[in-house]
Structures are given as structure tokens and as C-alpha cells.
Design a protein around this ligand. Sequence first.
Ligand code: ATP
Length: 247
Amino acid sequence: MADVQAAKAAAASILQLRHVEGGYAQMQVLWDINFQVQEGTCVVLLGANGAGKSTTLATIMGLIELRGGEIDFLGEPLGTMRTDQRVARGISYMTEKAVFADMSVHDNLSLGAYSCGRRAANESIEAIYSAFPVLAQRRRAPAGSLSGGQRKLVGVAKALAASPKLIVMDEPSSGLSPLAVKEVVGALAKVRADRGASMLIAEQNIAFTEIADHVVVIEGGRVGFAGTVSELEADDALRKAFFGLEG
Ligand code: ATP
């Protein structure tokens, strides 16, 4: 029975990191990182500045080399696969900047969908416009002329445009006001509800745990905690660190 459950859990895993080590030049940043993202779930990678969140994402995307351990995507080891091949396998990556400010909203979305055929790209972009009418209204406007929250929404939509199997996002809250953060969290909640999308979000803003199924806390390049949001809240030290709550 336990074997059957373990097999089911393994089958549902879209991304799995085992004993991952990574870093830059002489500096090792990641030490024995283990976690997984199951299909249709959202994992928030939480941690302070410099904890190693972006480095973890860059390693998953193949932007920096994997120095030890393994990363599997849909059961396939990514090894030394090029970034564009990872994208072609169905991983979409949203960086902190996320959009090209001088390009129109529509051109940003077309760029996001460039790997699809024209017809699939048009269908995908139309689906995005009907889910987020504000983007349809501003489709000809330069992305840089939109509000901070809307600009980030363009970034999310650009990442969605290729209909990825997994969306990896680096600090969607960066540079946003608390109100705009709420807007983005709401948009991601809608994406989850409409598409059942699998997501991995690196954040230091606790607001994103609202849409998380699991939270992985990175501390000094190591996994300090992995569990559900309720388990995070039940941990005294982590509750104080991230929620600023006593007792
Ligand atoms: P932040 O929210 O500040 O981006 P983070 O958790 O994403 O924090 P990382 O950007 O992964 O942290 O940084 C982890 C460590 O790696 C830090 O000590 C940082 O200075 C270092 N680092 C990050 N990028 C590089 C780079 N390109 N070259 C050398 N060191 C880097």
C-alpha cells in the first residue's frame, strides 16, 4: 500500500530536485537542495535576500551549471540540457524584469508564444485576453506605460503564452507596492483556478503563500523547511521570521 502511494506521488511529480549543488565560479551557493513540484500545484520558494532562491531557479533553467545532484522534469533528467531545450520541454521562466518595456503588450505576449505555431499562439493570446480584459484593452500600449501591477501581469501572461507545463517565477513582487502585490497574487490565483497550472515561485513576500500548496524555505543555500503553509505557520521561529508574529 505504502509502495502504491509512493509510486503515485512519484508519478505526479513534474519537477524534482535531488541533492542539488550550485554556485558561481569559486563560490558554492546551493547545498543539497531537495524538493519537488507536483503536477497542478504551486510551490513557493521562500527566503531572505541572498538566500539562494534565484540561484536555484537559474540552475533549474540551465542558466548556470548543475554542480551536483539531479533535476528531473517530467521524469527526464535535465542534466546539461540547454535552456532553450528546457523551455521547449514546457518550462516557462519569468525573470524579475519579466517584460520589454518599449514593446507593446501584444508584442510581449507574441514573444512569449514564439515557440508555438502561429495558430496556437493566437489562440493562447486570445485566451489570455479573455481571462484578463485589462490586457486586451491595453494591447497596443507599450508595456512600460502600464502600472507596476499590470506590467507584472503582462510578465505572467507572457510566461503563460506558450502554454507551459510549469511556470517558474523569480520574485513577481519585486518593485511593486503592497496593493500591486495583491493584484498579482489575485491574477496568479485566477491562473491556478482557470488552468490548474503548475508553478514554482521564488519570493521573499509572504503574501504569495496565499496561493501555495507547499512552501520551501531556503536559508543560506540550504532547505531550512519544507511543508504546507499551515505547517509553516505552526513553526514558531519561521512564523516570527516571515509573518512577524509572536506566540
Ligand atoms: P535576492 O532576493 O536578493 O535575489 P536570492 O535568495 O535570490 O536573493 P541569490 O540571488 O540566489 O539569492 O544569491 C545567492 C548568493 O549568490 C548571494 O550571496 C549572491 O551574492 C550570490 N550571487 C548571486 N548571483 C551571482 C552572480 N551572478 N555571480 C556571483 N555571485 C552571485
